[in-house]
Structures are given as structure tokens and as C-alpha cells.
Design a protein around this ligand. Structure first.
Ligand code: GLA
Length: 676
């Protein structure tokens, strides 16, 4: 189990370093991420390099038994560089450059930046590739975090090259983007730009390709640096820290290139769904490389400083959140950062060693946590045996939230709603793109899968053919890879499996003028509309409840209508259908079950698939996660909770039986899965 933090010794006089190492030992630190923002110290000018300080600190840490996750230090280009080479600056959608003075102001597509970054990485890798203290490589930092989009000239040129590779000719691009619409036909790729500022809805296929391009560009930065590190002979694992469901980066496509998945997670203390939001993130990153552990590369010891208001964690919350990571597959727990900065933009951000010193609750909690983690026996590998697949797909995310649709929706939140319902029941779930749905799962849920690639449709179809239970919809199987309707209407790929044909979308929204007035200037209008009772419509039948977002009109040509809309725009039409198929079944949901109905619908799907939660009844604030034989049981609430579970406590061997968990308390138990 790795335990540690980002370490920025270059922010401190060198005589602090020995104390740092001594304190790290006291806190049970095993590993630090070093040098993430050190470029201007390592290369103070174009022709000057200074590695001596880094030699000294790596040696000091190594002699103290602390491993180094060595950063490639490219996350913030020094001022001399942007002054000498303004072509490395990224630009906003109006083409205005970002300047140095913060971080991540460079264009990842800039050939000059790439050349300079590669030179730095080459020197680092040649110097430290065989240092016994370097246990891992940390490429850049949170690629794309602040710079989601880059509209610089460098990005424009690289976008054209990317399009040339994808389409081969401008005619193919014109066809893919449907440029016959609104006089957008291109005569040559040199006329194409990233979707810069425009007066009205931009071409959705162009926007989609641009998002693919940005994600690929950040990945390319990683691959470039990884190649240099390997060329220098380094053999340590190479990673880059992800940010869970981070919109601009299609991590599912990145994952095969990354040796070990590392993730940064900063739960929002004001999010009432926090424990579900974080459980989703942990399951998502675990699912990127199923059956292998991942590392929580950053979390805060206490408050962050970058939200409008930054309350502290409650006592014990840090440990409970840590247990959640471990229970959902993490084998490393790291923080941002080791010693609280005394200057700069993050001086109010918590750290393992707070500015207020070692009498603080934060220091005591992190030391106690380090002790508890270091005493744990080896944990079972996360087994690749979750019975449920929840389909989540970045390309679809980019496309389904596009402008000009029947309704605006918050795809991530809708998928999270399903996930939360599964977590509440203690059912383990992988979060995967449709192509990854296969017969290892018993139930697959694919909501709002608007852009469904043919390979994804084929996988979902084979899954049902092989006896799986699929629940698809609503707003699913609508466009192809280029965000164009397919020939033959909607549900053109899954329709035969579902036994359903599609007529119309029929968006459910509260009266339009009120939505605009209430939500003007605010994000998340779709989630607000979902919670608005006026946007709900009832259904009844074998299942009963209400739906939201849409009440699609479908024909259940070859399927049972499990529930029918009893009101609203599709009154009398099927709301939920099921088509039995061999030992499996294909369900179609013509609406999103509303919050009060979701669990009922999920229960029917789980029954159909023969899937049950890991333990029987779970109290409201308690979470149960399985990782191979390990059950992690956490009380996220503010009151004690009583839980009955099988197995024996990992740390003491006592039978679990029925026991009370303190607020924010947790236990690890060993309990082989029944029948395993
Ligand atoms: C991110 C960055 C860190 C730091 C933290 C603060 O995760 O990677 O450098 O800025 O946020 O929360």
C-alpha cells in the first residue's frame, strides 16, 4: 500500500528537507510525487540546467526509505519560455492567448512546447531512470485539467493533421460532418478550424471531432513522454494522474497505454450525494483496467481552496473516504500535498503537514491513517467479477449533450443516478463503454446511449444472445460515430433485440419560460428539470412509478409492455418493455425512472438477472463494497449504524456478525463470495 503525497521541496529552504523526511517516516509515508511543478527550477533559462538539488532530495528520500514517483515536470512552462516562444501559448475560443502566471497555459499541440518538454523529460529519464529510489514516473499532471480546449494556431494546425488522418480527404470530411447543411462545405482541409466562437449552434460533428482531437492530443503528450522515458532505459511503471469522470479526456481510450491507473479525487463537501459521487469515480477508474488495483494519487487531507466556499472535512471523514477507495480497488493512498505551501495560489489548501503544525487534527488523522494502512495484511487483488455493467461512454457524453437536441440533459448525473441506486443495494458494478459489455456480466444498463458505435451495438446484442439481461434507453441508438442519424429511423441497431420500434422523443420539461427564468446563467438545468415534479409522467403496469426527461413514443412490436404511460405526451404507449430472449432478456426504458421510482425498476432488472447485493439489508448511510474476498463496510453517516455481514474482520480475525459502526467508521472483513 503506497501512502504519501505530492512533495514540493523546491518551495522550501533545504534545511527543512531532513525534517520533512523524519516527519514522513512518522506519518508512515512510503512514497512521494516529486517535482511536478519544478520546470523553472530544473531549467532556469534556455541553456541552464540544475539537477543537483533534485539529486540531493531523491538521495535523501531514498536513504530515508521513501520511494519517489518522479514527475516529468512539464505541467507549467517557465516564463522565460513563453517570453521567448509565444507560439507555445494556448488560446481560448476567441483566439486570445493564455499567459504565464498560473499553470497549464501551454498548447499541448505546440511543436515548440513538445520539443522543449521532450528535452526536459529525456534529461530526467537519463539521469534518474535507474535510480533505485525512483519507483514510478508521473507524466505531466492532470493533463487537460484547466485547459479543456485550445483554439491556438498550433491546435488549428494539429487539428487539420488529425482530420487528414481520420478522413483522408476533404470529401470524406464533408460527408461525415454533413456540411451540405448551412453552406458549410469545405473546399480543402486548410479551410477547417477548431470550432471557435460562432454566432449560433456549431456543427455538432465538428464539435465532436474536436473533442476527440483534444483528448487524443493530451494522450499524445503522455505517449510522447512515455516513449522518451522508455528510450532512456527506465523500467518503472509510467502513469499520469486522471480525474475520474473528467469530460475532456476519454480515459477509456487512454487506459491501455497507462501502466497503472492513478486518480485524483476531491469530494465536494457540499454535495449531498458525495459518497455516491465518489463511489462512482472509484468504480469508473477501477473499471479502466479491470482486475487490477489503482492508486488514489491525490486527495485532500482536509479543505481544498478552489471552490467558492471550502469547509473542512468532518472528523473521521478522511479515513472513511480512504476506505471507500481501498474497498473499490485502490492500492495506494496519496494526498495533495505534503507540506502546506506558504505562498502562492494554494496556500489555503490543506496538506499532511499543515501550516499550523503537528498539534492539528489533520496531522493526527493522517498519521493515524498511515499507521492503520501500514498494519493491513496484503489485500486481495480487485477481482474482475462485478455482476453488473453500467455503460458510460465519453464519445457519447460529448455527443448526447450537444446543442439543438429535444432536451438538454446531464448525462453524467443520469448515469450516476443508476450507479447510486446500485451502490445503495450493495451491488458491485463496473462502469464501461458498450464494447466492454460481455458475458462476464449478468446485467448491463445502458441509459442515454445516444451515440452507439456499431461495435458497441454488436457487443450489447451478443450479450443478450449469450443470456445476459440488457436494459437500454431512453434516448439510445440514435446517431452514428459522426453524430448523424443512421438510415432507417432510430433504434436501428438494437431495435430487433429489444423488440421495439421508435416513433418520437417527446421531451418532458417544465414550462419552458420558467426553466429559463429559474436557471438563467446556471449549470445543471437538466438535473433541475429532472427533479421538477411538473417534468414527471406516471407509468403503471407490472411496474409502477414515474419517469422523467423524456416520455418516448415507441411500439412494442415484439416485446411485453411491462409498464404503460398513464398520462403525458405518450399516454397509453409502452413506458417499459421486456423481450425475453433465450435465457436472457432485453428491456427498453422509454423514460428515465424518476428518483422515487428508480429503485423499483432496478429491483426488477436485478431479479430478472438473478443479481443480489453483497449483504442483506444495508442501513441508509452504510456502504458495502467487495474487492475479491474483501468486504469494506463504511458508515458515512453522522449517527452510529448497525450492520450484519458475513466473514471475519481483516485486522482482528473476529467474526463480523452484527456490529455497530461509529459515524464515519469502517471495517474491512474477509468473506469469500458464496459459491466461490
Ligand atoms: C490538483 C492538482 C494539484 C493541486 C490540487 C489541489 O489535483 O493536481 O497540483 O492543485 O489539485 O486540490
Amino acid at each position: 500500500m503506497l501512502y504519501g503525497a505530492d512533495y514540493n521541496p523546491d518551495q522550501w529552504p533545504e534545511d527543512v528537507w531532513p525534517e520533512d523526511v523524519a516527519l514522513m517516516r512518522e506519518a508512515g509515508v512510503t512514497t512521494v510525487s516529486l517535482g511536478i511543478f519544478s520546470w523553472s527550477r530544473l531549467q532556469p533559462s534556455a541553456d541552464t540546467w540544475d539537477f543537483a538539488w533534485l539529486d540531493r532530495i531523491i538521495d535523501l528520500l531514498h536513504s530515508g526509505g521513501i520511494g519517489v514517483n518522479l514527475a516529468t515536470a512539464t505541467a507549467s512552462a517557465p516564463p522565460w519560455m513563453t517570453t521567448a516562444h509565444p507560439d507555445i501559448l494556448a488560446a481560448d475560443e476567441n483566439g486570445s492567448p493564455y499567459w504565464h502566471g498560473s499553470r497549464q497555459h501551454h498548447s499541448p499541440a505546440s511543436p515548440t512546447w513538445r520539443r522543449l518538454a521532450v528535452e526536459l523529460v529525456r534529461r530526467l529519464a537519463e539521469r534518474y531512470g535507474d535510480h533505485p529510489g525512483v519507483v514510478m514516473w508521473h507524466v505531466d499532471n492532470e493533463l487537460g485539467c484547466h485547459l479543456n480546449e485550445d483554439f491556438s494556431d498550433a491546435a488549428r494546425d494539429a487539428f487539420r493533421v488529425w482530420l487528414e488522418k481520420r478522413y483522408g480527404s476533404v470529401d470524406a470530411l464533408n460527408d461525415a460532418w454533413g456540411t451540405a447543411f448551412w453552406s458549410q462545405r469545405y473546399g480543402s482541409l486548410d479551410e477547417v478550424f477548431p470550432p471557435r466562437n460562432a454566432p449560433f449552434i456549431r456543427n455538432p460533428s465538428q464539435v465532436l471531432d474536436y473533442k476527440r482531437f483534444m483528448s487524443d492530443t493530451w494522450l499524445d503528450v503522455f505517449l510522447d513522454q512515455k516513449r522518451i522515458i522508455r528510450e532512456a532505459g527506465a523500467t518503472q511503471p509510467i502513469s499520469t494522474n486522471m480525474m475520474g469522470a473528467f469530460p475532456p479526456a476519454d480515459y477509456a481510450s487512454w487506459a491501455p497505454h497507462i501502466d497503472v491507473i492513478t486518480d485524483d479525487c476531491y469530494p465536494d463537501p457540499l454535495d449531498p450525494q458525495r459518497r455516491f459521487t465518489t463511489a462512482f469515480q472509484r468504480d469508473l477508474v477501477r473499471s479502466l483496467k479491470r482486475g487490477t488495483p489503482w492508486i488514489l494519487m491525490e486527495q485532500a487531507t482536509d479543505a481544498v481552496n478552489w471552490r467558492p466556499s471550502n469547509p473542512s472535512k468532518m472528523p473521521g471523514q478522511l479515513a472513511a473516504e480512504t476506505a471507500q477507495s481501498i474497498g473499490r480497488g485502490a492500492d495506494g493512498i496519496m494526498f495533495f500535498q505534503w507540506r502546506q505551501s506558504r505562498a502562492g495560489a494554494e496556500k489555503f489548501h490543506s496538506a499532511m503537514v499543515p501550516q499550523a503544525g503537528r498539534r492539528t487534527r489533520t496531522w493526527k488523522e493522517t498519521v493515524a491513517l498511515g499507521e492503520r494502512l501500514s498494519a493491513l495484511p496484503e489485500l486481495p487483488t480487485p477481482a474482475d467479477d462485478a455482476p453488473v455493467a453500467l455503460v458510460f461512454d465519453w464519445e457519447n457524453w460529448w455527443a448526447v449533450e450537444g446543442e439543438g437536441h429535444p432536451t438538454r440533459l446531464d448525462y453524467l448525473q443520469l448515469v450516476r443516478d443508476w450507479h447510486a441506486a446500485l451502490v445503495r443495494r450493495g451491488v458491485m458494478v463496473d462502469i464501461v463503454p458498450p464494447e466492454k459489455v460481455d458475458s462476464r456480466y449478468r446485467l448491463a444498463i445502458a441509459p442515454f446511449l445516444y451515440l452507439l458505435r456499431s461495435a458497441g451495438a454488436a457487443a450489447l446484442t451478443s450479450f443478450v444472445d449469450a443470456g445476459g439481461v440488457l436494459a437500454a434507453g431512453p434516448f439510445t441508438d440514435i446517431v452514428d460515430d459522426n453524430d448523424r442519424f443512421r438510415d432507417g429511423g432510430f433504434l436501428t441497431q438494437l431495435g430487433p433485440t429489444l423488440g421495439v420500434a421508435f416513433e418520437d422523443f417527446r421531451a418532458l420539461v417544465p414550462p419552458a419560460r420558467e426553466v429559463v427564468a429559474e436557471r438563467a446563467g446556471e449549470e445543471g438545468s437538466a438535473s433541475a428539470a429532472r427533479n421538477d415534479p411538473r417534468a414527471h409522467v406516471a407509468f403503471d403496469g407490472r411496474l409502477r412509478g414515474s419517469g422523467t426527461v423524456v416520455a418516448e413514443a415507441v411500439w412494442a412490436d415484439d416485446a411485453e409492455a411491462v409498464a404503460t404511460f398513464t398520462a403525458g405526451p405518450s399516454e397509453g404507449r409502452p413506458a417499459i418493455t421486456r423481450r425475453a430472449h433465450g435465457s436472457g432478456a432485453a428491456w427498453y426504458l422509454a423514460t428515465m425512472p424518476a428518483p422515487d421510482s428508480l429503485d423499483g425498476v432496478l429491483g426488477a432488472l436485478l431479479d430478472d438477472a438473478g443479481v443480489a447485493g453483497e449483504v442483506g439489508e444495508i442501513p441508509a448511510d452504510v456502504e458495502v463494497a467487495r474487492r475479491g474476498e474483501l468486504l469494506t463496510i463504511i458508515n458515512h453517516g453522522t449517527e452510529p449504524a448497525t450492520v450484519t455481514a458475513p466473514g471475519a474482520l481483516l485486522e482482528s480475525g473476529e467474526p463480523f456478525g452484527t456490529r455497530s459502526l461509529d459515524p464515519q467508521g469502517f471495517v474491512f472483513a474477509l468473506a469469500p463470495r458464496e459459491g466461490a
